[in-house]
Write a protein that binds this ligand. Structure first.
Ligand SMILES: [Zn+2]
Length: 171
C-alpha cells in the first residue's frame, strides 16, 4: 500500500494522499507519523520500504466540506449495489439507474430521485411511478453526507480496515 491517510490534529480524516506528499509533510515538520514511529529520524533510519500508513498534521485544519459527486458509481455505493425494488445484490454491470419519479414526466436527476435498480425491475417499472407499478422502494433515496466514507471505498478493504483500526474519527 502506498497511500497514506492524512488526519488533522484532532484525528479527523482530511484525505488520502500519496506517500511522497506524506514524506514531504514529515520532512517539513508539518506532520507526525503514527505512534510506533516518533519522529522523522526514526522513520528514515528504518527499513526504507516501510511507509507510514497514517500521519497526523501538527496543526488544525477544518475538514473541508465536499459535495459528493452525483454519478452512477456513487449511487451504486450509496445503495450498496442492491436493487432498491427487489432487494437483490448485483455487480455494477447488471445494475442501472432508475428515476423513481419517471424521467418521461420530468423526474429530475438528483440523489433524491435516482436509485440503483436491476434491469428486470427497471423494465417492469418502465415509465411508471413505484405506486403505479405496484412496487415498493427499500428505502427513500437520500443525498449522502459523509464524503470521506465514499472516498475510502475506492481503496482496498484491507486498507480501509487498517485505517479504521488507527482509531480516527469521522466527522
Ligand atoms: Zn430488482
Amino acid at each position: 500500500m502506498n497511500r497514506v491517510l492524512l488526519l488533522n490534529n484532532e484525528n479527523e480524516p482530511l484525505r488520502i494522499c500519496s506517500w511522497k506528499r506524506a514524506l514531504k509533510l514529515l520532512i517539513n515538520g508539518k506532520a507526525q507519523c503514527a505512534k510506533s514511529i516518533q519522529n522523522i529520524e526514526d522513520y528514515l533510519s528504518i527499513d526504507n520500504t516501510q511507509i507510514p500508513k497514517v500521519i497526523r498534521l501538527n496543526y488544525n485544519v477544518a475538514v473541508p466540506y465536499k459535495e459528493l459527486p452525483f454519478c452512477r458509481e456513487n449511487v451504486f455505493v450509496r445503495d450498496e449495489y442492491t436493487c432498491q425494488y427487489c432487494g437483490k445484490k448485483f455487480p455494477a454491470s447488471e445494475l442501472t439507474l432508475d428515476h423513481v419519479y419517471p424521467k418521461s414526466r420530468f423526474g429530475p436527476d438528483i440523489w433524491e430521485n435516482i436509485v440503483a435498480c436491476c434491469k428486470e425491475c427497471n423494465q417492469y417499472k418502465a415509465d411508471k411511478t413505484p405506486k403505479e407499478a405496484g412496487m415498493k422502494l427499500l428505502r427513500r433515496p437520500f443525498r449522502p453526507k459523509d464524503y470521506f466514507e465514499y472516498e475510502m471505498k475506492k481503496y482496498s478493504y484491507s486498507d480501509q480496515l487498517y485505517w479504521q483500526s488507527r482509531g480516527y474519527k469521522t466527522a
